[in-house]
Design a protein around this ligand. Structure first.
Ligand code: C2E
Ligand code: CA
Ligand code: CA
Length: 759
C-alpha cells in the first residue's frame, strides 16, 4: 500500500468514527455520576488501532484486537438496556452493569458488596427471599415481579429473572437480570380498571348481554343474562354461542350473521329468534351484535345484546292488525281486501282462472241500527260476519268494507265464465239463505236479508277500482229488484256505469234543472175504490234515463240535498191537493208524502210544512206524512212534539215500512199516528212464509189496539189482498191496483174509477 493510499484510508476511517460518535453519543456519563464509560475508551482504542494498522505493527495489533473484543463485551454488558448483576451466596453484589446501578439508584462503584436485598421494597422482601430459596434448592431459573426501593420517588417495578452458576472464585453465585416494568404495570392497572369499568357498564344494561371472543365463545355475561336465561356462569362462560340457543333458533342463519355479516360490517341488527324459557314460555328475542377491538387482549370481541321484544312485537302486530282488520268483526278491512283483490287479479290472469267479487249490502240495516241502537246493530254485523265465513271456503276472502257492506272474493272458479258464474251464484244463494235465518238480538228476533252484486274477473287489464264500481252497480240492481236477491253485473250495467259515478254531482244539477217529477200511486179501500195516493219521486236523468229513488234517496240524504228535494215534493203535493180540491171527483183524495228522518230532524221542518200547506191553499186534513221508524233515533219527546204540532194543523201521520224496524211497541204507541203501513217485504211473502203472515197479522192487531188504520203496500196479487183482508187489513197499495204514474195518467185513472167520487 502506498503512503498516499494509506493516508486516504486513514482519513476515511476517521470520518467514519466521527459519524458514529455523533450518531450515538456515549451514554452513561451523566447517568452514572461521572464514571468513565467504556465506550469513550473504546472509541479512543479504535482510533489508536487504526493508527497502528497504518504502522503495520503485527504484534501490537493482535494485543489491541484482544483489547477491543474485551471492550466490545464490556460495552455490551455495561450498556445493555436491562440490568445484569451477580450476587454471591450471601446475597452481596459482586458485579453490576450501569443499568443495574441506574435501577437501584446508586453509583456503580458504591454497589459492590452491598446486599441486593437492601434495594428491595419491604412489601416484596418475602417474594425475593422465597425466589432465592427456590433457586438454591432447585437450581432452576426463577422469576418474579417486585418493587425496588429507591432513595426517593415512587417505588420502581422490575421483573427479576435469576439463575444460579457455580464459579471458580466465588462458588455458587446468582445471576440476576432486572428489567424495568413500571410502565407495563401502569398499563396493566389501567386495563384492569377499564375491565372493571366495562363490566360495570355491561351490568347496567337492562338486557341480557354477552361478550364473545373472536371464536364465538362466551367471554363474559351480565347478571341480566343469567337471570333471564336461568343459567349459571359455569354453563355459560367458554361455551359456544350456538350451544346457548334454543332448538327454535335458526342456527344456520345465526351462523351466517355472526361469521359472515359481522366480520364485514362489524355490526348486525335485529335478528329475531323464538326462545322457550322454562316456566315462562315462548318469548321473542331480538339479537343485535357489534364487533369491537379489545386493546387489552389485542383481538376482536363481539358484544351480543339479546332483547326481549315479545310485548313490543305484540303491540306492533296489534297495530298491524288494526290497520288491516275491522275491529268489530275481525274481518279484513277495505284496505286489506283491496290488497288481496289486486293480487287475485294478477293470479287469475296468470293461472287462467276466473274469480268472482261480490258486494253485499244488508237490507234495512240502517233502520235496525237507528231503532234498536248501535250495540244491537254491532251484534247483527258480527253475526253476519260469522255466517258469511261459514258459507265460504278457506281460501275465499270476506271483508267488511264499511257500515253494512261486505265484500266476498272467490278465486279459482275455473276457466269458463259460465262455470264461474254458476259457482258464484250458488255461493251467493247460500249466503242469502243463511242470512235469512233468524238472528236473536237481545229480546228481538230478526231475520235479515241482503242485496248482493256479483261480477266476475280474470280478464287481463282489469283493475280493482273498475271491479268495485261493477259490483256496486250490480248491488244496486239487486236492491232495485226488491232486495234479498243477487244480481250479476252485465253489459247493460256497464253502460250505466259511466254515468252512475257522477250521481251525486248530478243530483245537485237535477234539482236546478227540474229533472225530478212526482208520480202518484193509488191507495184503495176494501171495495178497491181509490181513497188516496202516495207521492213518489222520480228522476229522469238526461243521459241515463230513470234513476231509482232506492239509489238516489240515500245519496240525497247523505249530501243533505234531501232537504230542498223533500221540500219540493211537499210543495208539488200540496199544490196538487189544492187543485184536486176544486174538482169533485178528486176533492176527497188524501195525499201521502214520504219524509225521511233527515228531513224530520231538521229544525225548520215543522214551520216549512205549515208554511207550504198555508201558501198552497191545500187542505191539511188530506195531507199524510209517511215516516219510518228511523225518525225515532232522534229525541223521542222532540219527535212527539213536532208530530203534535203538525197534527194540530190537521195533518195525519203514517208509519211506513212497519215491521222492519225494531222500535219498542210502547214507544210506537206513544206516537200520535193515524196509519200503520205493513212493509211490502211481508206482503211479498205472505202466502209462502208463515212468519211473514204472522208479522202482518201482528201489525194489524196492533193497529186495531192503537185505534189507528192499517194499510198494506206492495200488494201484487188477489191472493195477497184476500189473505190481508182475512187478517183484517182493508186498505191496500200495490201494482194490483196501479203502478206509480204521472199525474195525467193518475187523474185518468181516478176519473174512470166509479167509486172515486165522494159519497
Ligand atoms: P216506499 O215509501 O216504501 O215506497 C214504496 C215503494 O214500493 C215505491 O218504490 C213503489 O214504486 C214500490 N211499489 C209500490 N207498489 C209495489 C208493488 O206492488 N210491488 C213492488 N215490488 N213494489 C211496489 P219507489 O218509488 O222506487 O220508492 C222507493 C223508496 O224511495 C220509497 O219507498 C221511499 O222510501 C223512497 N222515496 C220515494 N219518493 C220519496 C220522496 O219523495 N221522499 C223521500 N224521503 N223518500 C222517497
Ligand atoms: Ca212510502
Ligand atoms: Ca214502504
Amino acid at each position: 500500500m502506498t503512503s498516499s493510499a494509506l493516508h486516504t484510508a486513514a482519513l476515511r476511517r476517521r470520518a467514519e468514527i466521527l459519524a458514529w460518535q455523533e450518531q450515538s453519543p456515549p451514554r452513561g456519563a451523566a447517568e452514572t455520576g461521572g464514571i468513565d464509560t467504556p465506550s469513550q475508551t473504546l472509541y479512543e482504542l479504535r482510533v489508536h488501532q487504526i493508527e497502528l494498522e497504518m504502522q503495520n505493527d503485527e504484534l501490537r495489533k493482535f494485543q489491541l484486537d484482544r483489547e477491543v473484543s474485551r471492550y466490545y463485551y464490556v460495552d455490551f454488558y455495561d450498556l445493555a438496556p436491562v440490568g445484569f448483576c451477580t450476587v454471591d451466596d450471601k446475597g452481596a453484589i459482586l458485579q453490576a452493569n450501569l443499568a443495574t446501578a441506574k435501577l437501584l439508584g446508586v453509583p456503580r462503584d458504591q454497589l459492590i458488596k452491598q446486599a441486593f436485598a437492601r434495594f428491595i421494597g419491604l412489601e416484596d422482601q418475602d417474594s425475593y427471599h422465597l425466589m432465592r430459596m427456590r433457586l438454591l434448592q432447585t437450581q432452576e431459573v426463577q422469576s418474579c415481579d417486585l418493587r425496588l426501593r429507591q432513595n426517593k420517588g415512587e417505588p420502581l417495578w422490575v421483573s427479576l429473572t435469576v439463575s444460579a452458576t457455580l464459579t471458580a472464585d466465588h462458588g455458587l453465585v446468582m445471576r440476576i437480570v432486572l428489567s424495568e416494568m413500571t410502565e407495563r404495570k401502569r398499563i396493566e392497572a389501567e386495563v384492569l380498571a377499564a375491565k372493571e369499568y366495562a363490566q360495570n357498564i355491561v351490568e347496567t344494561v337492562r338486557e341480557p348481554l354477552l361478550v364473545l371472543d373472536a371464536g364465538l365463545r362466551v367471554l363474559s355475561a351480565n347478571q341480566c343474562f343469567y337471570s333471564t336465561f336461568q343459567v349459571l356462569p359455569g354453563n355459560t362462560i367458554g361455551n359456544y354461542i350456538y350451544d346457548l340457543g334454543d332448538k327454535q333458533w335458526d342456527i344456520p342463519k345465526l351462523r351466517l350473521l355472526l361469521e359472515d355479516v359481522l366480520p364485514k360490517a362489524c355490526v348486525f341488527n335485529g335478528y329475531e329468534v323464538e326462545h322457550e324459557f322454562p316456566g315462562v314460555g315462548r318469548r321473542t328475542m331480538l339479537l343485535n351484535a357489534r364487533e369491537i377491538f379489545r386493546l387489552d387482549v389485542g383481538s376482536k370481541v363481539i358484544l351480543l345484546a339479546i332483547e326481549d321484544i315479545t310485548e313490543r312485537k305484540l303491540v306492533q302486530e296489534q297495530i298491524q292488525h288494526l290497520a288491516y282488520f275491522d275491529p268489530l268483526t275481525d274481518l279484513p278491512n277495505r284496505r286489506l281486501m283491496l290488497d288481496r283483490l289486486q293480487q287475485a287479479l294478477l293470479a287469475s290472469v296468470r293461472h287462467r282462472q276466473r274469480g268472482a267479487l261480490m258486494l253485499m249490502d244488508l237490507d234495512n240495516f240502517k233502520t235496525l241500527n237507528d231503532t234498536l241502537g248501535h250495540s244491537q246493530g254491532d251484534l247483527m254485523l258480527q253475526e253476519v260476519a260469522a255466517r258469511l265465513k261459514a258459507c265460504l271456503r278457506d281460501g275465499d276472502t270476506v271483508a267488511r268494507i264499511g257500515g253494512d257492506e261486505f265484500i266476498v272474493m272467490l278465486e279459482d272458479l275455473g276457466e269458463s265464465p259460465l262455470q264461474a258464474a254458476t259457482q258464484a251464484a250458488m255461493v251467493g244463494e247460500k249466503i242469502l239463505r243463511r242470512l235469512s235465518q233468524v238472528v236473536e238480538l237481545g229480546n228481538f228476533k230478526h231475520s235479515g236479508s241482503a242485496s248482493i252484486g256479483i261480477t266476475l274477473f280474470g280478464e287481463a287489464g282489469e283493475t280493482a277500482d273498475e271491479l268495485l264500481i261493477r259490483v256496486d252497480l250490480a248491488m244496486y240492481r239487486a236492491k232495485d229488484a226488491g232486495r234479498n236477491t243477487l244480481c250479476f253485473f252485465d253489459q247493460q250495467m256497464h253502460t250505466d256505469l259511466t254515468t252512475r259515478v257522477l250521481l251525486e254531482e248530478d243530483l245537485r244539477l237535477a234539482l236546478q234543472q227540474h229533472q225530478f217529477s212526482v208520480y202518484y200511486q193509488a191507495q184503495v179501500n176494501a171495495r178497491s175504490r181509490i181513497t188516496g195516493v202516495e207521492a213518489l219521486l222520480r228522476w229522469q236523468h238526461p243521459t241515463r234515463g230513470w234513476v231509482s229513488p232506492v239509489e238516489f234517496i240515500p245519496k240525497a240524504e247523505k249530501s243533505g240535498l234531501i232537504l230542498p228535494l223533500g221540500l219540493w215534493v211537499l210543495q208539488v203535493a200540496c199544490e196538487q191537493l189544492a187543485l184536486w180540491a176544486m174538482r169533485p171527483e178528486t176533492a176527497h183524495l188524501t195525499l201521502a208524502v214520504n219524509v225521511s228522518a233527515r228531513q224530520f230532524r231538521d229544525s225548520d221542518f215543522v214551520s216549512q210544512v205549515l208554511e207550504t200547506v198555508h201558501s198552497s191553499g191545500a187542505n191539511a186534513k188530506l195531507l199524510k206524512l209517511e215516516l219510518t221508524e228511523s225518525v225515532l233515533a232522534a229525541n223521542v219527546e222532540d219527535v212527539i212534539t213536532k208530530m203534535k204540532t203538525l197534527k194540530a194543523a190537521g195533518i195525519s201521520f203514517s208509519l211506513d215500512d212497519f215491521g222492519t224496524g225494531y222500535s219498542s211497541l210502547s214507544l210506537i204507541k206513544r206516537l200520535p199516528l193515524d196509519y200503520l203501513k205493513i212493509d211490502q217485504s211481508f206482503v211479498h211473502n205472505i202466502l209462502l212464509d208463515p212468519d211473514d203472515a204472522a208479522i202482518a197479522k201482528m201489525v194489524i192487531v196492533l193497529a186495531h189496539t192503537m185505534g189507528v188504520q192499517v194499510i198494506a203496500e206492495g200488494v201484487e196479487t188477489m191472493e195477497q189482498r184476500d189473505l190481508l183482508a182475512t187478517l183484517g187489513c182493508h186498505n191496500y197499495q200495490g201494482y194490483l191496483f196501479g203502478r206509480p204514474v204521472p199525474i195525467e195518467e193518475f187523474e185518468a185513472l181516478v176519473t174512470l174509477d166509479p167509486g172515486s167520487s165522494p159519497g
